[in-house]
Design a protein around this ligand. Structure first.
Ligand code: SAM
Ligand code: SF4
Length: 329
């Protein structure tokens, strides 16, 4: 699949549920309304749709949400999709998780063929953790991370940089993550979906974080690429890697190789644009995947050049109305 700007589409991120056991302040409101269950694709439909993308050349699948590991029987989806690793059609099956259920599922994930996971963690302070996630408990996530490491999974810590919340902790978190053999990526807050909080108040440009980290660490540019949007630096003191995901201050669209599928079968060709393609009706209309393949081609042909996120200084509401938990971050 090649889009109109010559970019090869090899990466699909799939949200398998919009539900979550946390309520992170930057992500969703505490009284978030979730989709009616019947709108969700079944696990069988998700498998069929992902497999159609694999057949069209997708080499990496990332399962996300909401919290993917709260979807009932989600492990069966991992096992099913793992067959594409075995045939060599897929290079990587991975997931992004808040870590709360990892202690339970790390072993199953490994058995299904998962080798690398991203765990989102914004602070190592139990009280701050409870504030940011509203419903989460830090101990449970740390246990989950340990379980994943014990299974031999490679773990990357994803941390949203939040002014006045974790900005003074990022250097220590970096030392902790690298000390445990985990890479780390920092993320800027993106204006997506109403979260019931003023995101602008916590917006922290990563250029500032980088400058402040440079006072303690020697950061050298790295050519490392994972196919994700992170730009990496090597940290001389720890020997680890640090990624920066900066949708607002740095444009990563030129090298974009991905599309996103929601848990209802809507394909978004760009995280920051509204245009989409509804694949669920086609999926349900026929068991024949030809129409599906055609719909995927038609959607890729409409992939836009890039996004235009702005955190508006006068108006702190979302610039994209849908939540990250629907599209899959
Ligand atoms: N629940 C899983 C988790 O938290 O890892 C997967 C889904 S979550 C939506 C994926 C990532 O998006 C997380 O790393 C989270 O921190 C990030 N995220 C959510 N809302 C965001 C926002 N408004 N701006 C930046 N990152 C956001
Ligand atoms: Fe849940 Fe992840 Fe959103 Fe936090 S960021 S509320 S863990 S989906």
């Amino acid at each position: 699949m090649i889009d109109p700007f010559g970019r090869k589409i090899t990466y699909l991120r799939v949200s398998v549920t919009d539900r979550c056991d946390f309520r992170c302040t930057y992500c969703m409101a505490e009284d978030m309304t979730f989709l009616p269950k019947q709108e969700l694709l079944t696990l069988e439909e998700l498998d069929r749709l992902c497999s159609a993308f694999v057949a069209k050349g997708v080499r990496r699948l990332r399962i996300t949400g909401g919290e993917p590991l709260v979807r009932r029987n989600v492990i069966s989806l991992f096992h099913g999709l793992g067959r594409h690793l075995a045939t060599g059609a897929l290079d990587e099956l991975t997931l992004t998780t808040n870590g709360s259920q990892l202690a339970r599922y790390a072993k199953d994930l490994k058995q299904a063929g998962v080798r690398r996971i991203n765990v989102s963690l914004d602070t190592l302070d139990p009280d701050k953790f409870a504030q940011v996630t509203r419903w989460g408990r830090l101990g449970q996530v740390l246990d989950g991370i340990e379980a994943a490491l014990a299974e031999g999974l490679k773990v990357k810590i994803n941390t949203v940089a939040l002014r006045g919340v974790n900005e003074d902790e990022i250097a220590d978190m970096l030392a902790w993550a690298h000390g445990r053999g985990m890479d780390m990526s920092l993320i800027e807050t993106m204006p997506m979906g109403d979260s019931g909080t003023d995101r602008l108040a916590h917006y922290l440009p990563l250029s500032l974080v980088r400058a402040s980290l440079s006072r303690r660490f020697t950061l050298g540019d790295s050519a490392y690429v994972t196919g994700g949007p992170s730009r990496y630096v090597n940290v001389a003191e720890t020997g680890g890697r640090l990624g920066f995901i900066t949708p607002l201050t740095h444009n990563f669209c030129d090298s974009c190789n991905r599309v996103r599928l929601t848990c209802t079968g809507t394909l978004f060709m760009c995280l920051g644009q509204e245009d989409s393609a509804e694949l669920r009706p086609i999926l349900r209309a026929t068991q024949d995947d030809t129409a599906l393949a055609q719909a995927i081609d038609a959607a890729i042909a409409r992939k836009p050049r890039g996004h235009d996120f702005v955190i508006d200084r006068r108006q702190s509401g979302p610039s994209i109305a849908r939540h990250m938990s629907v599209t899959g971050g």
